[in-house]
Design a protein around this ligand. Structure first.
Ligand code: NAD
Length: 488
């Protein structure tokens, strides 16, 4: 990483970088070295209000532009995001431990901005002659100021998923980054400035849930809010929206995704993909398959293969291109995972890992918050580790005999983000695709497999609303009915 002075840590309000109004900052510590790598401005109530006011002031002119004119700024930003891979990957590596070898978020965000640079024209209503004496139509109109609150695990993916459709639709935005990973969002603010966006169209705040997140959730001038994060925070935001101005809230929340492996599946593929799903980003992925159900006839073979793949990770300094397994994002995440490891050991059998320390780390990584890839077997379905999201490289593998049995187990969860089934029987695959209670079902594939143009979101407590190309624009558009009476 270059010199510390180069890291942008300020708030981006009305096209300008500013320190927080009360001078407060919070430290970002590397989860690998535990050293403080930046002191980041904490947005105060005054700063949050100023960002919303700036967005409100920018709205009339921004919404009056054609989609092409708005798109021109977005294309410039996309190009800058593509160009800044190195710095963005390094910032995420030092702030939340994401290995640079696995970083793609800037490219994902760039492609989202490129798409929405062209997609603004899809904001279209309908017309109707079905009421005698009338010509009726609907307008699709932006809300005005919208807020985006994002988590730390893939910050720029969510930055793109929320900000791009919101501004393409003509809204202006206040985004609050996560206190665990604010550096890439602050860097993107610098790119927004470089792209020449009019002041106030995109404002970027750093800070905790209290103060700025809570203020945005209950702000009377914020008319829509898109959130990705935990179920706990999602409920608080929904309640704050209900108590204030009933803003339109889109919630993308947590998961406890099941993957079901039948004896007729391609075992090698199933092992490789389910292992990668729970190991990527050190298990800190909403849709990671943290519950695997294997048909009893192939269970021993599956577990053996899974163990060897899961144990073969390369843990170390996330800045080292050879590393594919970074530390957990911070000490709090590490503590949480340790608590679950203790719970898991009480409930199930440890087949791999489970220890507090990770052996074989280099000197540079020896103080890191690493968690050993861990497998629990034969864990009772009602155990805490089967019910709650762990957000670590920890998987429960259980067995089943019949379809009915595994459907009941897979669906016995308050989460419903993603589910996977591996089988060569097309009829069985379709039965499962229909019955599994999840917003996305993978057949012979598992998370993080997604398709850009397919809606993504949760059943049950995993969220409300859907995101995706062709779907997100509507999250940021109001529908107005216009009734025109015709004189005969
Ligand atoms: P979190 O809920 O702790 O924090 C998310 C964001 O909400 C942060 O910016 C935080 O500052 C803010 N926040 C916290 N309290 C708030 C409050 N009272 N009011 C307003 N904002 C508040 O989640 P996290 O730990 O950052 O992220 C991990 C969670 O996100 C996991 O549960 C994961 O499953 C989920 N997630 C979901 C998806 C999805 O697409 N469904 C994707 C990634 C992560």
């Amino acid at each position: 990483m270059g010199s510390m002075e180069k890291i942008e840590t300020r708030l981006f309000i009305n096209g300008k970088f500013v320190e927080s109004s009360d001078g407060k900052t919070f430290p970002i510590r590397s989860p690998t070295t535990r050293e403080v790598i930046a002191e980041v401005s904490e947005a105060s109530e005054k700063d949050t209000d100023a960002a919303v006011a700036a967005a409100k002031a920018a709205f009339p002119a921004w919404s009056a532009l054609s989609p092409d004119e708005r798109g021109a700024y977005m294309k410039k930003l996309a190009a800058l995001l593509n160009q800044n891979y190195k710095e963005l990957s390094q910032l995420e590596a030092v702030s939340m431990g994401r290995p640079v070898s696995t970083y793609f978020d800037n490219y994902a965000a760039a492609s989202t901005f490129e798409h929405y640079a062209e997609a603004g024209y899809e904001a279209q209503g309908i017309s109707s002659l079905n009421t005698p004496g009338f010509v009726n139509m609907t307008f699709k109109q932006p809300y005005g100021v919208v807020a985006a609150i994002i988590p730390w695990n893939l910050p720029l993916v969510f930055f793109g998923n929320k900000v791009a459709p919101a501004i393409a639709a003509g809204n202006t935005v206040v985004l609050k980054s996560s206190e665990k990973a604010p550096l890439t969002s602050a860097k993107v603010a610098a790119l927004i400035e470089q792209a020449g966006f009019p002041p106030g169209v995109i404002n970027v705040l750093s800070g905790h849930g209290q103060t700025s997140g809570a203020i945005l959730s209950s702000h009377m001038d914020v008319r829509a809010l898109s959130f990705t994060g935990s179920c706990r925070t999602g409920r608080i935001i929904q309640a704050a929206a209900a108590k204030s101005n009933l803003k339109n809230v889109i919630l993308e929340l947590g998961g406890k995704s099941p993957a079901i492996i039948f004896e007729d599946s391609n075992l090698e593929n199933a092992v490789v993909e389910t292992q990668s799903s729970i190991q990527f980003n050190s298990g800190q992925v909403c849709m990671a398959n943290s519950r695997i159900y294997v048909q009893d006839t192939i269970a021993d073979k599956f577990v053996e293969l899974f163990k060897s793949k899961f144990a073969a990770i390369s843990a170390g300094d996330p800045l080292d291109p050879a590393t594919n397994h970074g530390p957990q994002a911070d000490s709090a995440q590490w503590d949480t995972v340790q608590k679950y490891l203790a719970e898991g050991k009480k409930a199930g059998d440890v087949a791999l890992g489970g220890k507090t320390e990770v052996s074989g780390l280099s000197e540079a990584a020896s103080k890191g918050y690493f968690v050993e890839p861990t497998i629990f077997l034969s864990t009772p379905e009602d155990a805490v580790v089967m019910k709650e999201e762990i957000f670590g490289p920890v998987v429960n593998i259980n067995t089943f005999k019949t379809e009915e049995e595994v459907i009941a187990k897979a669906n016995d969860s308050e989460f419903g983000l993603y589910a996977a089934v591996y089988t060569k029987d097309i009829n069985r695959a379709m039965r499962f695709a229909k019955v599994l209670e999840a917003g996305t079902v993978g057949v012979n594939c598992t998370s993080p497999t997604v398709a850009k143009d397919m809606p993504f979101g949760g059943f049950k407590s995993s969220g409300t609303g859907r995101e995706g190309l062709g779907h997100s624009l509507n999250n940021f558009l109001e529908t107005k009915t216009v009734l025109i009476k015709i004189n005969s």
